[in-house]
Write a protein that binds this ligand. Sequence first.
Ligand SMILES: NC(=O)c1ccc[n+]([C@@H]2O[C@H](COP(=O)([O-])OP(=O)(O)OC[C@H]3O[C@@H](n4cnc5c(N)ncnc54)[C@H](OP(=O)(O)O)[C@@H]3O)[C@@H](O)[C@H]2O)c1
Length: 279
Amino acid sequence: MLGQDLVAVLQAKHEVLALDHAACDVSDEAAVRRIFCEWRPKLVVNCAAYADVDGCERDPERAFAVNARGAGHVARAAEQLGARVFYISTDYVFNGGKREPYQEDDPTGPISIYGQSKLEGEQQTFGSDGAGARHLVIRTSWLYGIHRPNFVEKVLADAQSQPQLNPKLEAVADQISCPTWTLHLSQKITELAETSACGIVHVVNTGQCSRQEMAQAIVEWLPRPVPVGPTYWAKLNRPARRPAYSVLGCRRLEQLGLEPLPHWREALEEYLELRTIRQ
Ligand SMILES: NC(=O)c1ccc[n+]([C@@H]2O[C@H](COP(=O)([O-])OP(=O)(O)OC[C@H]3O[C@@H](n4cnc5c(N)ncnc54)[C@H](OP(=O)(O)O)[C@@H]3O)[C@@H](O)[C@H]2O)c1
């Protein structure tokens, strides 16, 4: 989902080689080295992930092989060529106990296998001996974009399949974060590529909301809006825990002199307009 938007945005300014899972399995160290030696990249953006949060809980071996050790393979192979790496990470590295935005230097404490494997991916990217000091970890949250089914598309489909009489949807009211459009994230990643930023940076659309508030904003776009009532995470019986609050503060972006991303409502409206035009 992110990778395809990113390739499109980066291609406007740079020569880009886009590799999907079949072309480059990050869990295969030798294959990663071979491909990098052939193409000699200057910058590698590692969007590869086992990103199914509940799937990771059921298959931790795969989660760590791709999200953690795979990140190490990418970083070490890039370093051999003097290339920088951007590793895309997540708000799920935090435990959700705070009630104000998490900044880049806040202590982590993942509560799911996905979060643990992504945190280890951040550490593997930097390496244990300072080898990855030039690399950048970009944490983001609640992505949606046109290249994969996502929360926005699910809410639209559910709303459209409601009965005429008493239509009603439910969405989780006790999880709060920042919905982020992959196109806006891709534009900011492209700007970051033109800086020498290293370490950790948070990149999300501004503002914050619950899934219920986000769903309400999505259905308001429809000719016949459907009311969205609250449900609560514990009632859904899903395998993986999610942080109750994982809003990311973008202090570092400001320090780098880069503009914040637009507000999530503005981003969502733009996305909904774009997908309508494309249909
Ligand atoms: N989605 C979100 O809400 C969210 C939030 C915060 C951070 N992130 C992070 O943002 C990044 C992009 O996420 P996304 O939502 O765009 O996920 P996505 O659509 O699932 O993309 C991940 C890609 O990685 C590929 N992949 C899986 N295993 C691989 C392997 N062993 N080697 C190489 N490629 C492999 C997948 O290919 P196959 O599908 O063919 O296996 C898929 O194309 C990820 O790092 C994710 O952790 C996502």
